[in-house]
Unconditional design. Structure first.
Length: 695
């Protein structure tokens, strides 16, 4: 590695204002920042994608088609050909033979570097051309008796426009000389886990000796990679557990179970399932404690999470506190409002609704009622956490489909729930089941409750895969279902025509179905409708006034129409697994046999074919989520892509599940023992990013 040219501020030590100004004016620093490289730790942990072997020179005669090698020779011929797109051709000779170099893009400096008589080294892939073997756009360097060969493999780093590999190698080398990383585990424990000292592992990955197995380095199975991945997972677990410890130090007002929850149970037209009763006991116990609850309630589509939310809300209201129930869309929030006012009468709780579609005087009246304590349970979207809504006694916040909110909104909610000496309880709900390794990795600061049982009488939904060329047969099936008094969803992925994608859109589908089904009213709902229009259409469908509803994925969650027993998803190959599973869950809520038809248009990509196969074979949300994790990675399942930060840079939850368990155990142990080594581990991976990582 190159020797340092300068000694900037150590990682973790704030730079002076002058240094910040200088860095902001440095175009190289700006480009490096796009790669997430700001501190010495960032550079040291910016690990190579692959390596090239420049430690040896191969005789030209030994180079074979397909080899990626380094050769050395003297330039015997240089020629520029072509009128429009000029090509530089060079003939290189060593004692064993000749090889051609071709450059389609070249600079005057390269013409000089490759002048006849110069000795150079060229690295690249060897190909068989019309006139023998050649290299196209090789890496070329001057050679000679004074130019020695490197002793280690040369790293190739992730980069961006304007950042050369040379600049990265120099910057990484300088950073490595400055960082000081204590190892978090004792040597004997580290060795028992097959781990190397952290600094040694990172130095090896940046500059491995030629004897190190290239495949293990590039596939991340080398012991050095195991060490780095464990360290990253340990930082993540330590950060999340620190968050849990900070929360446990906060105080919350205990909420006691009163008569209101029991009154709701008496009013319900159904009995709680065993799983619902277990989950309710867990949540009720948490709410009764003097530290703020931070619990995730997850359950498959239709498992009955809303009634648990209602019970929790009544426990808070019965203790004299207000409750906010927040959903990511107005349609979902409005569905919650409709259902809860059916279950909860005004003597149990005063329920109000706040939506962007309301007129400003109406919104102002609701905000005033909340501020004066005249509202016990307020339901709405993220508007509930804005400054304009003041809760004088907020005791519980319920957040449905939490991962659908933006990171900034989640951070704002966290800030709204906490003050210097008191914090509201928080219950998050998700109908996207989370695989175990994902829950261990990203929800380590939460308590998790799972409703793993569907209500009795729920019939499984039959899933059918049908080629779009058979659309007429599907419309015939719709007519038959309508004749039996049923209602139908028809879901499209786009709102209006796109030249880029040959997809039937919701507007056209609505017009076509209205023409094909003249005897039945057909409605249309999509994200670009005004909120009041969406609410009116959904209300008409829920009340049975509309028999067919053409929609985009705005109906993905929260819509509950028991009479709807047939769903058609057009261009199903364009949807993700979680979306398909959620959409399918909109039917099968009544007593009739229900069917979900996945219309697809061939040819299918490998990924699309696999998604359709998974959704056809399984109705188990946890199994679908596990396989979705393998296909997509954790970011989209968690709704964290929008943070702009990688969730895990190097660890893979499926491949490294055993290390997740190990890191979790060590994080608990280190924080319990007050280890001074915990903070350096967190800082080298998450300095400045902890809030977003925990959002």
């Amino acid at each position: 590695m190159a020797k340092p040219k300068a000694k900037p501020a150590r990682a973790g030590v704030p730079a002076t204002q002058a240094q910040h100004i200088a860095a902001s004016r440095d175009p190289v620093a700006t480009r490096m920042a796009k790669l997430g490289l700001r501190t010495d730790d960032d550079y040291a942990l910016h690990l190579p994608l692959r390596y090239v072997d420049l430690t040896q020179v191969v005789p030209i005669a030994s180079a074979r088609h397909g080899d990626e090698v380094q050769i050395e020779g003297v330039v015997k011929r240089q020629e520029i050909s072509g009128r429009g797109r000029r090509v530089l051709s060079v003939e290189l000779e060593d004692a064993s033979g000749r090889l051609s170099l071709r450059l389609f893009h070249f600079y005057p400096s390269q013409l000089k570097q490759l002048e006849v008589g110069r000795r150079v080294r060229a690295y690249g892939a060897v190909k068989s051309g019309l006139f023998g073997i050649e290299m196209v756009h090789p890496t070329v360097k001057a050679a000679g008796p004074a130019v020695g060969l490197p002793q280690r493999l040369t790293p190739i780093y992730p980069s961006t426009a304007g950042v050369s590999q040379t600049a990265l190698r120099v910057a990484v080398g300088e950073a490595l000389e400055r960082v000081r990383w204590p190892d978090p585990l004792p040597a004997d424990q580290r060795e028992a886990l097959g781990l190397m000292p952290m600094r040694e592992a990172v130095e090896l990955l940046h500059a491995p000796l030629p004897r190190e197995p290239r495949a293990a380095l590039e596939e991340r199975t080398h012991p050095a990679w195991r060490t780095v991945i464990f360290d990253e997972l340990l930082a993540q677990q330590l950060s999340l557990r620190e968050s849990r410890l900070r929360r446990s130090a906060l105080r919350a007002d205990p909420l006691t179970i009163g008569s209101r929850a029991a009154a709701l149970l008496d009013r319900l037209p159904f009995k709680l399932t065993g799983a619902q009763q277990r989950v309710w006991r867990e949540i009720a116990a948490d709410l009764g404690r003097a530290e703020p609850m931070n619990r995730l309630l997850q359950g498959d589509v239709g498992s009955g999470k809303t009634v648990i939310a209602a019970l929790a809300a009544l426990q808070a209201v019965g203790s004299g506190y207000q409750v906010a129930l927040m959903a990511p869309t107005e349609i979902l929030a409005e569905q919650h409002h409709r259902k809860l006012i059916q279950w909860i009468d005004p003597s149990m709780a005063r329920v109000a609704w706040l939506a962007g579609s309301m007129k400003e005087p109406d919104k102002r009246a609701v905000r005033q009622a909340v501020a004066e304590g005249q509202v016990d349970l307020l339901i709405g979207t993220h508007a509930l956490i804005q400054d304009s809504v003041v809760f004088p006694s907020l005791g519980l916040a319920i957040v449905d489909e939490q991962h659908r909110f933006g990171v900034a909104q989640r951070l704002a909610l966290r800030g709204a729930l906490q003050n210097s000496d008191r914090s509201a309880h928080q219950l998050m709900m998700s109908a996207t089941p989370i695989p175990r390794t994902l829950a261990m990795s990203y929800y380590a600061d939460l308590d998790v409750s799972v409703i793993d049982e569907l209500p009795p009488g729920r019939k499984p939904v039959v899933t059918k895969l049908i080629n779009a060329s058979r659309r007429d047969q599907v419309v015939d099936a719709i007519r038959a279902a309508l004749a039996e008094g049923r209602q139908i969803y028809w879901v499209c992925p786009l709102i209006e025509e796109s030249e880029a994608l040959d997809l039937q859109n919701a507007i056209d589908a609505h017009a076509q179905l209205a023409a094909e089904l003249p005897d039945w009213p057909v409605g249309l709902v999509h994200g670009r409708l005004a909120p009041a229009e969406k609410a009116a259409v959904m209300s008409a469908f829920s009340d049975g006034e509309l028999r067919v509803l053409v929609a985009t994925t705005v109906i993905e969650v929260g819509v509950d129409v028991p009479n709807a027993s047939l769903m058609i998803i057009e261009h199903a190959e364009r949807f993700g697994l979680a979306q398909l599973h959620q959409l399918r869950g909109r039917v099968g809520r009544g007593t009739a046999d229900s069917v979900c038809v996945l219309l697809f248009k061939p040819p299918l990509s490998d990924t699309a074919r696999e998604r359709l196969r998974i959704i056809f074979e399984s109705a188990d949300g946890f199994e679908i989520a596990r396989r979705d994790l393998l296909l997509r990675g954790p970011g989209e399942l968690l709704g964290a892509r929008q943070s702009g930060l990688p969730l895990l840079r190097y660890a893979d939850l499926e491949r490294d599940a055993e290390l997740v368990e190990t890191a979790r155990g060590w994080a608990e142990r280190m924080l319990r023992d007050g280890s001074p080594l915990a903070r350096p581990v967190i800082d080298r991976w998450l300095a400045g990013r902890q809030a977003f990582a925990q959002a």
